[in-house]
Design a protein around this ligand. Structure first.
Ligand SMILES: Nc1ncnc2c1ncn2[C@@H]1O[C@H](COP(=O)(O)OP(=O)(O)O)[C@@H](O)[C@H]1O
Ligand SMILES: [Mg+2]
Length: 238
């Protein structure tokens, strides 16, 4: 591998550090993180509580900036204004959170539509995209339901549809099965595997090794550093 930009790298992090300042003290939550992820990968980032997973996810997802180091996302340098960073985030990343983060007053259709409206789509242009995303997660019969009228598994499927609807470069899932029973969790993991098999790049954050074992590459973070980065033979080529 040369030092030039490898065009297959959707993520390229070089010497990323994140320091949290608390009054007069400071804490280094990420320390010299170097990480490249290619288009189409399915990566799990694992590590114990406090390891720095959420800090890393926030930087990958352009929700926060590193203190130092360089992060290139799909060829774009993320060392830019907050407005520009938000634009990159809306265009490039689809988020799936442990607690779904759906808006309770909006129905399924409206929740899935939101990222498109953020991107500036006029509402008469969003219908077809919403339909495709909602069908993909099998919720076409529930489009008028509010989150409170859905099960946990259904809410997470809405969140997956919302993550997909913009055709993002990366799907970033933070403990996506953390609030689900194991059977429903398996369904969500199956959906992520299917999405990856269709070519989507998936990065999943989890503290659970069993859940991580569904990914094709497993990266371990400890005390703010990447301590291991392995191909998961049981999934690669499966
Ligand atoms: N906003 C913050 N201010 C100060 N310290 C923080 C902040 N966020 C996280 N930390 C600290 O950074 C370390 C890593 O946190 P985090 O990234 O949330 O880990 P994980 O998600 O792996 O549990 C922890 O020691 C945590 O206390
Ligand atoms: Mg965390």
């Amino acid at each position: 591998m040369g030092e030039n930009l490898n065009s297959k790298d959707i993520i390229k992090m070089t010497n990323i550090e994140k320091v949290y300042k608390m009054g007069t003290s400071s804490f280094k939550a990420l320390d010299t993180v170097n990480l490249s992820i290619s288009k189409g990968e399915y990566v799990a980032i694992v590590g114990p509580s406090g390891a720095g997973k959420s800090t890393l996810m926030n930087i990958i997802g352009c929700l926060d900036k590193p203190t130092s180091g360089e992060y290139i996302l799909d060829g774009l340098n993320t060392n830019c204004s907050d407005n520009k960073l938000a634009e990159i985030r809306n265009k490039k990343i689809g988020f799936i959170f442990q607690n779904y983060n759906l808006l309770p007053k909006l129905n399924v259709l409206e929740n899935v539509e939101l990222p498109l409206l953020y991107l500036g789509y006029p509402s008469n242009k969003t219908k077809e995209k919403i339909k495709i995303a909602v069908e993909k997660v099998g919720l076409d019969k529930h489009i008028k339901h509010k989150p409170s009228e859905l099960s946990g598994g259904q809410m997470q499927r809405v969140a997956i549809a919302r993550a997909l609807v913009t055709d993002p470069q990366i799907i970033l899932a933070d403990e996506p099965t953390g609030a689900l029973d194991s059977k429903t969790g398996k369904e969500v993991l199956k959906m992520l595997t299917d999405l990856n098999n269709e070519g989507n790049t998936i990065i999943m954050i989890t503290h659970d090794k069993e859940i991580a074992s569904h990914a094709k590459r497993i990266i371990t973070v400890m005390d703010g550093k990447i301590t291991s980065d392995i191909l998961n033979e049981s999934q690669v080529g499966a």
